[in-house]
Design a protein around this ligand. Structure first.
Ligand code: KIV
Length: 293
């Protein structure tokens, strides 16, 4: 499988201009996606893809499929750890997942979510947690949720050398404060959302992610900031798009949000494989001679 070429990372000119390469003795060197590549993508009017990943194999597969950004999301809470929301997941739970993803992705930029409670208390707390995700989790950047009131936090983190993606609009960690899963930025809230994006970008955020925002509002935010934007349920004017991988590949069951497009039906595929395996074991058909020593 060849790597995707969404932002021209493998062109000869780009290779010459790029920084240090990730070298694997068994495979060709691959240039790491950097935050400036995402900005170039916006300048060129192109798009990049982002998916969540929480483990070695998905990270490897998505990386080799050319996905430019992998998010070790706090959505691991309700997609890996069995919680109902993203709120209970902790730094200690996310760090090993982040390490696995970062070790397995040779090209993608790996962004780690700072979990609820790990950055809200003070800018110092945010810097300390961000440092852990870069140092122990091997992430290349972190994401925090919040409005313009987090601008000083973002500034402190960026000054400490931590690239920050700002998540605005519907912010799942504030689900209870926001009154549930609701589209944000409608009506008079539109200006507030634009102000949030501008303040966070001015504070040094390298990217603004918008969740569940009307497409026209997301387009206005994208116009208002120079940095690239990412959308999830925010229309198609943003520079990038992100989905939770279990939604994108149809592994999760139950009701899907309107913004989810399923590109596969892994749940059915996996269930059929498990049923077939169970039947063959019970009937004595597996393991046959070909799988025995
Ligand atoms: O944790 C996550 O998966 C996210 C996406 C919804 C953007 O924050």
């Amino acid at each position: 499988m060849t790597l995707g070429n969404g932002i021209g990372i493998q062109s000869a000119a780009h290779v010459a201009a790029a920084g240090p390469q990730v070298v694997d003795e068994t495979r060709k060197p691959v240039n790491r996606i950097r935050i400036h590549h995402l900005r170039d993508t916006k300048v060129k009017g192109e798009h990049f893809a982002m998916l969540t990943a929480y483990d070695q194999y998905t990270a490897e597969i998505f990386d080799q499929a050319g996905i430019e950004v992998l998010l070790v999301g706090d959505s691991a809470s309700n997609n890996v750890f069995g919680n109902e929301t993203s709120i209970p997941v902790t730094t200690e739970e996310l760090l090993p997942l982040c390490r696995a993803v970062a070790r397995s992705a040779r090209r993608a930029l790996v962004v780690a979510d700072l979990p609820f409670g790990s950055y809200e208390v003070s800018a110092q707390q945010a810097v300390a947690t961000g440092v852990r995700f870069l140092k122990e989790g091997l992430a290349h950047a972190v994401k925090i949720e919040g409005t313009k009131f987090y601008a000083e936090t973002v500034r402190a983190m960026v000054e400490a050398g931590i690239p920050v993606m700002a998540h605005i609009g519907f912010t799942p960690q504030s689900e209870h404060a926001l009154g549930g899963y609701r589209v944000q930025g409608r009506g008079s809230d539109r200006e507030r959302l634009i102000e949030d994006a501008v303040a966070l970008a001015d504070a040094g955020a390298f990217c603004v992610l918008m969740e569940m925002v009307p497409a026209s509002v997301a387009a206005a935010v994208n116009e208002a900031v120079e940095v690239p934007t990412v959308g999830i349920g925010a229309g198609n004017a943003t520079t990038g798009q992100v989905l939770v991988w279990q939604d994108m590949a149809g592994l999760r069951g139950g009701r899907m949000a309107k913004f989810v497009k399923q590109y596969a039906d892994l749940r059915t595929l996996l269930a059929a494989a498990a049923v077939a395996y169970g039947e063959e074991v019970r009937s004595g058909q597996f393991p046959g001679l070909e799988h025995s020593y």
